[in-house]
Design a protein around this ligand. Structure first.
Ligand code: GAP
Length: 448
């Protein structure tokens, strides 16, 4: 069959282009936009929420469902405030910050190169910095009507601490033995001083975390196992070695409880940056929560009867950051034959917000095309569009990352066939109507 062929492809170079596409197509845009936005908070629109849900489902499938040694939970966002004393967040979870006395802006003391000139000082563009002060990054709230300090609570700054709180209950109810893990996906909140780079550093974001509990002699083996698993996950979603690398933490970078840490980094247009961390947290968390709660979280070895506190190997990935990496990597601008250009998101078909678009060539063909759309929708997220020029409709689907467009034309009425166009190659296949579901199943998996 015929195909529109691409000549030259340019990857994403400027974040502004992706930010513009995300706003234009409703992937993600500033939260409370009608009020001018709120710094560090983002909303995901109809395409963004599908992408995010697909990524979370892929993670849950790989980390929880495909294993019999990992259990999933969904904990509350607000934990008992003692949790954050035990975890060290009340004492240590802070960044050094400085204020400019002239323009009143606040910056992280270690990121002053990004501050730019001071807009408020005459005769000089230099800021008038205060001395650095520690600034705790946890977002506070109050519970109940009482105004006293006892009612202060925190929005969790990471999703793993409630996993430690629930460790005993989950192990007992799921009848798990060491080694095993507990995983969850959920919101985390940090009062970042300088949120930036679109969703990369936000104040509200989602994490997918696994805490894997093992014995001390096996810690290295489990660390290597999980690092490899997590790299495989990213690779399978299309992130190759040219954009993915690992970076071990130097000893002085390690958190005081952390024995070993490796970041998985992605090459963003603004440089190599962490999207996931794999950490050996030792027995710090369970020991501290035992101490602060007064509940012994140690385990008895079933054979030797020895008591011990398990070691924790953690994998912690930001869902928003991962989505951003996937979008950056998928984005391409292509020059087509005939002088046309297109913007395309070459997302992995499993992650694409819309799996297939059904596009009748004319509104007159709406009825049979809608019938096909309804059938496919039982298994896949399908978009139906019968308005406007077919070329323009293809371009819209390319920008949304839709892997397949199914076109119902006037010949379909007589030959019972439709044209399926593949996003990346733009190759078109003419296939029987009744074969469309199987065609998609071959390429997308069985669907819902
Ligand atoms: N429990 C360990 C932990 O939270 P982290 O390195 O602070 O470790 C893990 O965070 C991941 O969470 C990061 O690799 C990143 O993907 C994501 N993350 C952290 N802070 C973020 C922020 N302000 N905005 C978006 N994602 C963030």
């Amino acid at each position: 069959m015929s195909s529109e062929s691409a000549r030259r492809s340019r990857p994403l170079e400027r974040m502004e282009d992706l930010v513009a596409l995300c706003a234009r197509r409703g992937f993600a845009f500033p939260s409370s936009e009608i009020y001018g936005g709120i710094n560090g908070f983002w909303d995901y629109g109809p395409l963004g929420v599908e992408l995010k849900n697909n990524l979370k489902a892929a993670w849950w499938q790989a980390v929880v469902r495909e294993r019999d040694d990992v259990e999933g939970i969904d904990s509350s966002i607000i934990c008992h405030p003692r949790t954050w004393e035990a975890s060290g967040h009340v004492e240590h979870f802070s960044d050094p910050m400085v204020d400019c006395r002239a323009c009143k802006k606040r910056f992280r003391a270690d990121q002053l190169v990004d501050a730019g000139p001071c807009p408020a000082r005459e005769g000089t563009s230099e800021h008038d910095w205060t001395e650095p002060r520690r600034f705790n990054l946890m977002l506070q709230t109050r519970i109940g009507a009482a105004e006293d300090a006892a009612a202060i609570a925190y929005l969790r700054p990471e999703t793993c601490q409630p996993i430690f709180n629930d460790f005993r209950r989950v192990r007992e109810t799921a009848r798990q033995q060491i080694p095993f893990g507990i995983a969850q996906i959920g919101k985390a909140f940090r009062n970042e001083i300088n949120p930036r780079n679109f969703t990369f550093r936000s104040r509200e974001f989602e994490q997918a975390e696994l805490e894997f509990f093992c014995r001390e002699p096996e810690r290295e083996r489990w660390f290597d196992h999980w690092l490899e698993e997590r790299l495989r996950f990213h690779r399978e979603l299309g992130l190759g070695p040219e954009v993915l690398r690992t970076r071990p933490h130097a000893p002085e970078e390690l958190a005081h409880y952390c024995k070993r840490a490796i970041d998985i980094e992605f090459r963003f247009p603004f440089g190599w940056q962490e999207i996931e961390g794999v950490h050996d947290r030792g027995d710090w968390d369970l020991s501290r929560h035992s101490e602060f709660s007064g509940k012994d979280l140690a385990i008895t070895d079933p054979e030797t009867k020895e008591r011990y506190v398990p070691i924790v190997i953690e994998t912690s990935v930001g869902i928003d950051r991962s989505c951003l990496a996937l979008l950056c990597h998928a984005y391409a601008e292509e020059d087509l034959e005939g002088g046309e250009t297109r913007t395309v998101l070459r997302l992995h078909p499993r992650l694409a917000p819309v799996s297939a678009a059904v596009l009748p060539l004319s509104k007159k063909l709406a009825e049979p095309a809608q019938r096909l759309g309804r059938e496919l929708r039982r298994r896949y997220n399908v978009f139906y569009d019968d308005a406007g020029n077919i070329g323009r409709r293809y371009r819209r689907q390319d920008e949304a990352g839709t892997p397949f467009c199914v076109t119902y034309d006037f010949d379909s009425e007589t030959d019972g066939k439709v044209t399926v166009r593949e996003r990346d190659s733009m190759q078109q296949d003419r296939i029987p109507l009744e074969g469309v579901a199987a065609y998609l199943a071959d390429r997308l998996g069985p669907g819902a």
